[in-house]
Design a protein around this ligand. Structure first.
Ligand code: AMP
Length: 353
């Protein structure tokens, strides 16, 4: 069987590798600074765990491979400007935005988008980095002009995401919407299985489905959305497996990683059978605590990275028959997680009760 090389060797690449094992798929995450692959064959497949990578000998080699799946999509989606333009072209609702040209001035931005509005770097920003709330007419924009977009501030009720998969012949499947908690731009928790979100499921699937079809996309794609009343607005799109789908490693008959590999390798997809309620808590900047493993029905995914404040180091997954039943695990985890997590657990308890 052909090998699947993954551009990038972070935790997403590692989880892709792990998910290939039961299928005997040889999934090889590749660090950007690795040596070029000496025996790369034309029959090998190439995918990516990230939408943007530095230009190095090995990334150049893999990105030029004839079987680099979705090769044209990455550039289009990695730049917020072309991503937003694509959404507009497809009439997929997204937060109103404007490009920051060399001559764009603060006054016109604030007039057109309202104050405050949010500047986002076109490329390279993630987890809330590369963003600036703009509210003062005196702000110096020189560092942002020609390199950013500005978005209207959306007074959203909550943040959700839809993750779907599409194969080369156009077959598509989707997970139920995840309710996401972001704090300071970083995803802290995802909750799946809330009955009230079912009313938005068809709309979310239509939005992501339209985009995947337009791009002739093959693999897993994630779309982060704002819920404003009963309407959805796209915040951003990731042409890859996504943090808000990590619950699927424990809560679905097929995880997002396996779905992505199946699509990439041309294997049957099948719809996902999902457990009643699933919760994922991101472990951010915390030392590993073996006691987490003592909680029944809690699974730890530890990425083996060095501990640094604000860094995603792992996640905890737990599932139950219905959302309210997750409360047992949440209460057992409380004393095992630092102060910083208590508001995250409060958020979860409020939503499942
Ligand atoms: P992003 O990196 O674009 O996902 O933004 C990180 C977080 O900033 C989001 O999860 C939201 O909580 C917030 N955010 C992003 N865009 C907007 C917006 N247009 N209006 C209000 N909040 C936003």
């Amino acid at each position: 069987m052909s090998r699947i090389f993954v551009l990038g060797a972070g935790q997403l690449g590692a989880m892709l590798h792990y998910s290939g094992l039961p299928l005997n798929l040889q999934v090889v995450p590749v660090d950007f600074d690795a040596e070029p692959i000496a025996d790369l064959a034309d029959s090998d497949l190439v995918t990516a765990e990230i939408e943007r990578w530095p230009d190095t000998p090995v990334t150049r080699q893999l990105a030029a491979h004839p079987n680099f799946i979705n090769a044209k999509v990455f550039g289009l989606m990695a730049d917020r400007l072309s991503q937003k333009a694509t959404l507009d072209e497809l009439q997929i609702a997204t937060s109103p935005w404007q490009s920051l040209e060399r001559d764009t001035d603060v006054a016109s931005l604030l007039e057109q988008l309202g104050s405050p509005c949010l500047l986002k770097r076109r490329t390279g920003g993630y987890d809330g980095r590369g963003q600036l709330w703009l509210d003062s007419p005196d702000t110096d924009l020189s560092d942002w002009q020609g390199a950013a977009i500005a978005e209207q501030k959306i007074p959203f009720d909550e943040e959700v995401s839809i993750i779907g998969v599409r194969n080369a012949s156009g077959e598509m499947h989707f997970y139920p919407l995840a309710l996401n908690l972001h704090l300071n731009g970083i995803l802290r928790a995802s909750l799946v299985g809330l009955e009230r979100l079912q009313a938005l499921q068809a709309e979310a699937e239509a939005m992501l489905g339209r985009l995947m079809k337009h791009l002739d996309y093959c693999g897993v794609m994630a779309m982060e959305l704002f819920r404003v009343g009963d309407k959805l607005l796209v915040n951003e799109v990731a042409p890859r497996v996504h943090n808000s789908g990590h619950w699927s490693l424990s809560g679905s008959s097929v995880s997002q990683f396996e779905w992505h590999l199946r699509a990439t390798a041309g294997l049957p997809l099948a719809p996902a059978q999902v457990k009643g309620a699933c919760l994922m808590i991101n472990l951010i900047g915390s030392e590993r605590n073996e006691a987490w493993l003592s909680v029944p029905a809690v699974e730890l995914w530890w990425y083996g990275k060095s501990v640094r404040p604000g860094r995603k180091l792992g996640h905890l997954n737990t599932c139950a028959a219905v959302p309210a039943d997750l409360s047992t695990q949440v209460q057992a985890l409380r004393p095992l997680l630092e102060e910083d997590y208590q508001s995250v657990l409060d958020w979860v308890e409020k939503r499942i009760s």
